[in-house]
Design a protein around this ligand. Structure first.
Ligand code: SF4
Ligand code: SF4
Ligand code: SF4
Length: 687
């Protein structure tokens, strides 16, 4: 069998000379970049947080009972059943008032949008962190209180071991669902987890804290319980997001659990969907306080219910060979699993075992109204939710006969390109980290924070923007937004040089990624690969050019193609696409027309609003997401909800079909780099 790694390292000219140059450059370049960075402004936020919370961020509600007329519309539109109307006495009469359960709320803001009197609004307060989940129930009396960050005084230290333990948490991340996205900033230079004594570890045997990042499917639960069981005492569990508390967004999914504490003890709950990275900081401070005062975690045992601790048997006809699982609890895999059949160190066969993130999306969307689906649809893929919103809205507008105003189309493009950039930066960091360039990850994820801040300013949220509505967008850009974006564009045009020095022009990085996981142009086309993974092979396909949507046909940008189709080309393609996104942003902000940002009137004169049914019909809509072609096929039977939704995401073919073919014959050690160079989002193919 050909050994691709050897072929990679031994070809190409005068090896000795090349190696010597490479060594000098590898030593000098990081030093040069490090020295340059010393003169730059520190980008690590203080805690309590001094990072800018934008005005429009969607956080905890504020309620004015004087304005409320008890119409219950807020409860009716809520996609998560987080609002219950409760009886109260007002001016001697019984009235209905909203009570919000923050173990369920996803902060979509639909309740505030629909409230006819402005009685219910969302503030920008993101800190909902509790030891007791019941504290997340906010009756009207509590909603009236203005939100306030309260960090209790540090308690007395019990003894030397409780002090030492509280200052050196070793954290095992189990990224079960999309909430993990807000744990990632803690690895970046912006949040810098190590200053709190937090260290991310890979083995449960040495971990004190299990951080569970989001929704938990039945398949994932079995893995979590096994991981938890292997941790030494005292051990602590922190659950991120509403899904592990109440089922959250997937409260009616057939494949997710609804209460994690039914299966294992949870010490700290962080509400949000996803919770902001700063809220994780508050949880850390609470954990330090609790542990230094002697808290040693809840004592309950892992549930023994049913066969939860048994792993599924893998039936194979493969004798005498070594089988190694890749994922699902591993930084190199995300929540995705493959079984690798090995011949020594070389992969003979890779068998994908998806489903750890399956939530039954297409079914869930049949039970939610056209409007409520805006909230859920972007959760298909947390890494680039904006594209899913855009794909869904495009199909809905075709069915409804709605046309968004031109200004809204430009705003949609701006949102989509910001989302593409943050996704590409995340990927550059992942490929950097898995190929041994940790600094690249820290820098890329630190820069990603700047893009997320712009997204938040535009849409009201860092991650799940819920910005598009049928007929337009929810709000116009704030007055300072154009300047903020242009400032960022200038900064980033210069910043790209740092990435080139550390990564793309760095011989060591090139050596570790070139000729690795190669796909030819014809193979990529045959296997239905799309996006940067396809364009890195030389094939020319980009939905923004092929069938332009929104305002792309009016904007100036190039389609990036490269020729080698290997890991290096794929990640370089993303780096170059970031430059094109910067051009699109500048161009869009220059050309954006004035005018309204939403239109409720269809071509036939009907008004489409929160609770209206859509006419019978069906539509197919494609967009170019960060990972490639994304297709929505939606059927309406004339009702208030879609009759059928089919989502075809970009990772389905790339990962479940092409990846096993690419991995044949590669070294096990090269898999993480190849895998992340393909930019998988397991939540996308699992749906
Ligand atoms: S913000 Fe969304 S999920 Fe939360 S209560 Fe309002 S409608 Fe429900
Ligand atoms: S929609 Fe507004 S006015 Fe109606 S019950 Fe809710 S808070 Fe009160
Ligand atoms: S849907 Fe929201 S709460 Fe649930 S895992 Fe995703 S981000 Fe977290």
């Amino acid at each position: 069998m050909a050994l691709p790694h050897l072929e990679r390292t031994l070809t190409g000219g005068n090896m000795l000379k090349k190696k010597a140059n490479c060594m000098i450059e590898n030593i000098l370049n990081p030093i040069k970049t490090g020295l340059k960075m010393l003169s730059e402004k520190t980008i690590t936020y203080n805690f309590p947080p001094d990072m800018p919370l934008t005005e429009g961020f969607r956080g905890r509600h504020v309620y004015d009972p004087e304005k409320c007329k008890g119409c219950s519309l807020c409860a009716k539109i809520c996609p998560n059943n987080a609002i219950e109307m409760v009886e109260r006495e007002k001016d001697g009469k019984r009235v209905l008032q909203p009570q919000v359960d923050y173990s369920k709320c996803c902060f979509c803001g639909l309740c505030a949008d629909v409230c006819p009197t402005g009685a219910l609004k969302l503030s920008n307060f993101p800190f909902l962190v509790v030891l007791d989940k019941n504290e997340l129930l906010y009756p009207p009396e509590k909603l009236v209180q203005p939100p306030k960050l309260e960090i209790g005084k540090a308690p007395k230290i019990k003894n030397i071991s409780s002090w030492a333990r509280s200052r050196s948490f070793w954290v095992l991340n189990y990224f079960t669902g999309c909430c993990f996205i807000e744990a990632i900033p803690w690895v970046s230079s912006g949040f810098d987890m190590e200053r709190f004594g937090l260290i991310a570890v890979g083995s449960p045997r040495i971990a004190d804290v299990l951080l569970i990042g989001g929704y938990v499917t039945i398949k994932t639960l079995k893995r979590i319980l096994r991981v938890y069981q292997q941790m030494p005492r005292p051990k602590y569990v922190i659950a991120l997001g509403n899904c592990p508390m109440s089922g959250g967004t997937y409260w009616d999914s057939y494949n997710t659990i609804k209460r994690l504490d039914k299966y294992l003890p949870v010490d700290i709950w962080i509400a949000g969907c996803p919770p902001r990275a700063e809220a994780i900081g508050l949880a850390v401070v609470m954990a330090i306080h609790a542990v230094q005062s002697g808290y040693t975690g809840k004592k309950e045992e892992v549930t023994k219910k049913g066969d939860l601790l048994k792993l599924p048997e893998v039936k194979t006809d493969l004798e005498e060979k070594l089988f190694v699982p890749f994922g699902p609890q591993h930084p190199g895999s995300g929540n995705f699993n493959m079984l690798l059949k090995l011949d020594g160190e070389v992969v003979e066969e890779a068998i994908p075992n998806p489903g750890y993130l399956h939530r039954g999306f297409e079914k869930l969307m049949e039970y939610r109204s056209w409007w409520q689906n805006i909230m859920i649809v972007q959760r298909v893929c947390v890494l680039d939710g904006a594209s899913y919103e855009l794909g869904y809205i495009g199909a809905v507008e075709k069915i409804a006969g709605l046309d968004a105003p031109r200004r809204a189309k430009y705003l949609r493009v701006i949102q989509a390109e910001l989302s593409r950039m943050q996704s590409h930066l995340l990927n550059i960091g992942l490929v950097g980290a898995t190929s041994g360039f940790d600094t690249v990850a820290r820098i890329a994820w630190g820069d990603r924070e700047k893009v997320l801040l712009l997204l938040e300013k535009l849409t009201g949220s860092r991650i799940y923007s819920i910005y598009n509505i049928p007929g337009g967008v929810r709000r116009d850009m704030p007055s300072s937004f154009k300047d903020d974006v242009l400032k960022f564009v200038k900064y980033f045009e210069k910043r790209m040089k740092t990435y080139d020095e550390l990564c793309f022009d760095n011989e060591a990085f090139i050596e570790r990624t070139k000729r690795l996981g190669r796909l030819t142009r014809d193979q990529a086309i045959d296997l239905d690969v799309t996006g940067p993974n396809l364009r890195a092979t030389g094939a020319r396909l980009d939905v923004r050019k092929a069938t332009p949507y929104e305002a792309y046909d009016e904007l100036d940008f190039n389609m990036i193609t490269l020729n080698d189709g290997d890991a290096y080309s794929r990640v370089l393609c993303r780096r170059k696409e970031i430059e094109e996104s910067l051009r699109i942003l500048e161009n869009a902000l220059d050309k954006i027309p004035s005018g309204p940002v939403a239109n409720k009137k269809t071509k036939s004169g009907r008004i489409v609003s929160y609770f209206t049914p859509l006419p019978k019909g069906e539509a197919l809509h494609f967009v170019e997401s960060a990972r490639g072609e994304l297709c929505f096929h939606i059927v309406s039977d004339g009702g208030k909800c879609p009759y059928r939704v089919k989502i075809r995401g970009p990772t389905f073919d790339t990962i479940l079909v092409a990846l096993p073919k690419i991995l044949k014959g590669v070294y096990v050690a090269d898999i993480p780099v190849i895998y992340w160079s393909l930019d998988n989002c397991p939540a996308d193919h699992d749906r």
